[in-house]
Design a protein around this ligand. Structure first.
Ligand code: C5P
Length: 215
C-alpha cells in the first residue's frame, strides 16, 4: 500500500449506493478502503470489484479457521480484487501460513490482528498480543492491526515487529483514539469508519484527520 495519506477508510455502511458515494467523496484522502462483513453481507463480494476501481481494498474478514478454509476465503477475496486481507492469529501458525501463502501467490498483503481496539479487547487478547505479533513477523505477514485506543500498546507492538512490518490502527474518532497520537506511537496508517461515513461531509472529515497527521 502506498503511504500517501496514512488514512484507511473503514466502510461499514451496508448498502452499495452509500458505499460508492462515500468512497468517491473521500478518494483523494485515503490510501485504502477497508471492507468487512457489514458491507459484504449486505451487498455481496461484487462490491469489492466496484470499490477497487476507486481505491485499493483491504478485506476485513478477521479470518480465523483451519488452514484449508482460510485458503478458500483468501482465494475468493483476492480473486475479487482485494489488495489485502485481515486475519486473526490466535488460530495458530499453520492457519496464518495458509493465508500468507495465498497472498504471496497473488502478490497481496496479510495483516494480523494483535489486539482489538474496543474495551473487551484487553480481556483475552492482551496476554497473547505480543506472541501473535512475533508470529506475524515469522510467518512473513505484511503487517499487524493494533489499537489506536491504546497508543502505548502500539509502541510495544512496534518494538516487537521492528520496522519491516506495517501497523494499521483502528479506533480513531468514534472509539476515542487520536490519529496524531497513534502515528506518533508508531502506526503507519489509521483506520477510521464512523467519524467519516456518518459525517455530513465525509470528505471534510477525512481531510481533517489527514491534517491532524500532517499528510
Ligand atoms: O467506526 P470505527 O472508526 O470505530 O471503525 C473501526 C473499524 O475497524 C471497524 O471496521 C472495526 O471492525 C475495525 N477494527 C477495530 N478493531 C480491531 C480490528 C478492526 O475497530 N482490532
Amino acid at each position: 500500500m502506498d503511504k500517501k495519506n496514512r488514512l484507511i477508510l473503514a466502510l461499514d455502511v451496508t448498502d452499495r449506493e452509500n458505499a460508492l458515494r462515500i468512497a468517491n467523496e473521500v478518494s483523494d484522502y485515503v490510501d485504502s478502503i477497508k471492507v468487512g462483513y457489514p458491507l459484504v453481507l449486505g451487498e455481496g463480494l461484487g462490491i469489492v470489484k466496484e470499490l477497487v476501481e476507486i481505491a485499493p481494498v483491504i478485506a476485513d474478514f478477521k479470518v480465523a479457521d483451519i488452514p484449508n478454509t482460510d485458503r478458500l476465503i483468501c482465494e475468493h477475496v483476492f480473486n475479487a480484487g482485494a489488495a489485502g486481507i485481515i486475519t486473526h492469529g490466535f488460530t495458530g501458525r499453520d492457519s496464518l501460513d495458509s493465508c500468507v501463502k495465498v497472498a504471496n501467490d497473488f502478490g497481496t498483503d496479510v495483516y494480523v490482528v494483535t489486539e482489538m481496539s474496543h474495551p473487551g479487547g484487553v480481556e483475552f487478547f492482551r496476554p497473547v498480543a505480543e506472541d501473535i505479533a512475533k508470529m506475524a513477523v515469522e510467518a512473513g505477514a505484511s503487517g499487524v492491526v493494533a489499537p489506536a485506543t491504546r497508543p502505548e500498546r502500539v509502541k510495544d507492538i512496534r518494538k516487537i515487529i521492528g520496522e519491516e512490518l506495517s501497523i494499521i490502527s483502528p479506533g480513531v474518532g468514534a472509539q476515542g483514539g487520536s490519529a496524531a497520537d497513534v502515528i506518533r506511537a508508531g502506526a503507519d496508517w489509521v483506520i477510521v469508519g464512523r467519524s467519516i461515513y456518518n459525517s455530513d461531509s465525509p470528505a471534510e472529515a477525512a481531510k481533517k484527520i489527514c491534517d491532524e497527521m500532517n499528510c
